[in-house]
Design a protein around this ligand. Structure first.
Ligand code: ZN
Length: 318
C-alpha cells in the first residue's frame, strides 16, 4: 500500500520539507533558511524532516539537491549555489537520524518528476522540463522513466552549447543555453537594451539603479517595446535549445517553469516559433510547449513522489 512520503527541496537560500500524499497533496510543510556550513546543513535537513513528519506515517524521504550528483554515492560533487553540500555522504549522515529510507535527486530532475506525476506532464509518458531561473535546470522523462544517465548527472539541459562564441556561462563554458536564456541572461540583455534606448522605460530604470530580469518582465507586460524585444530574443534562444531537445527526445509536452515564466507567452511565443523552424517533423508537430503548472513546489512534490516511486509503488499506466 502506498504511503505518504517526505520531499525536501534543499535550495541555496532555503530548505523546504513537506509530507506529501500519494495523490500529490502537501499535508504539512516546514521551511528553514539554508545554513552554509556542512554540519549545520545536515542538522537542519534532519530537523526539518523530523519536524514535518511529526504525527504522519511516512514511508521514505527524498532530498532534491542543487548541483551535480553521484547517485550511487548519494553525494553532490559540485554545487554552484551551495558549496557546503559538496562531498557530504547524505544517506550515511541523514538516514540513521530519521529512521526511514533516504534517496537523493538533482533538484531540476525532481521538479521534472513533480510535473510528470502531478502537473503539466501528468497525462503523458514523454516529457521535457526546463526551469528558467538564475540558471537553467532540466529533466527528461522518457517512457515514464526519469533520465539519469550512468551517474545520475544526466538531463543537464541548461548546459547544452547553443552559441559557440556566446557569453560565458556560470559553468565555465561559453554559449550554454543557460548563458542565453536564463533569468540572469534576461537581466544582462535588459541592461544592454537600457543603454541602447535610454528613452525607454528600461532606460529610465537604468538611470536610477541596476536593471534586473524581473524589471524586464514587468515592463514588457506594461507594453515597453525595449523590454518586449528583450524577452522575444530570449525566447528565440530558448527555442533553439528546445528544437534540439524535441529532435532528441520526441516529447509530447515540453514544460517550461521557473521564475522567468512570469513572462509566459512573452517568451514562449517566440520560443515556439523558433522551435518549429528548427525541429524535425513529426516531433515538432506533436510537442506542446507550455508553462509548467506546479510553480516553486515542483521540486518538493517531485522529490516526495520519487521517494515513493523508487520503492516500487508507482507503476506506469496505473
Ligand atoms: Zn553552462
Amino acid at each position: 500500500m502506498a504511503s505518504n512520503a517526505v520531499g525536501v527541496d534543499v535550495g541555496g537560500t532555503k530548505i523546504a520539507a513537506g509530507v506529501v500524499s500519494p495523490e500529490g497533496e502537501i499535508l504539512a510543510e516546514v521551511r528553514y533558511p539554508t545554513p552554509h556550513s556542512p554540519e549545520k546543513l545536515v542538522e537542519t535537513i534532519v530537523r526539518s524532516i523530523r519536524e514535518v513528519s511529526d504525527g504522519h506515517e511516512v514511508g521514505g524521504v527524498c532530498l532534491a539537491v542543487p548541483g551535480h550528483i553521484l547517485a550511487q554515492e548519494n553525494k553532490v560533487v559540485f554545487s554552484a549555489n551551495l558549496h557546503a553540500i559538496e562531498g557530504i555522504p547524505l544517506k550515511d549522515e541523514v538516514e540513521p537520524e530519521i529512521g526511514v529510507p533516504l534517496t537523493i535527486e538533482n533538484d531540476a530532475s525532481a521538479a521534472a518528476w513533480g510535473e510528470f506525476r502531478f502537473g503539466a506532464g501528468s497525462e503523458v509518458d514523454h516529457l521535457v522540463f526546463i526551469t528558467l531561473g538564475t540558471g537553467i535546470g532540466g529533466g527528461v522523462i522518457s517512457h515514464g522513466v526519469l533520465l539519469r544517465g550512468a551517474q545520475g548527472s544526466g538531463g543537464e539541459l541548461g548546459h547544452v552549447t547553443v552559441h559557440a562564441t556566446g557569453p560565458r556561462c556560470a559553468c565555465g563554458n561559453r554559449g550554454c543555453l543557460e548563458a542565453l536564456a536564463s533569468g540572469t541572461a534576461i537581466g544582462r540583455r535588459g541592461r544592454a537594451a537600457a543603454v541602447e534606448k535610454p528613452e525607454s522605460a528600461l532606460g529610465r530604470i537604468a538611470a536610477r539603479r541596476q536593471v534586473l530580469g524581473e524589471d524586464v518582465t514587468e515592463l514588457a507586460r506594461e507594453g515597453d517595446e525595449a523590454a518586449i524585444s528583450v524577452l522575444e530574443e530570449t525566447g528565440v534562444w530558448l527555442g533553439i535549445g528546445l528544437a534540439g531537445f524535441v529532435n532528441v527526445f520526441n516529447p509530447e509536452v515540453a514544460a517550461v517553469g521557473g521564475g522567468a515564466m512570469a513572462a509566459g507567452d512573452l517568451i514562449l511565443a517566440s520560443a515556439r516559433r523558433e522551435m518549429r523552424l528548427r525541429a524535425r517533423p513529426p516531433s515538432r508537430d506533436l510537442v506542446e510547449v507550455q508553462v509548467a503548472t506546479l510553480g516553486p513546489k515542483s521540486g518538493l512534490l517531485g522529490a516526495a513522489a520519487l521517494a515513493r516511486d523508487e520503492s516500487g509503488a508507482y507503476v506506469l499506466g496505473e
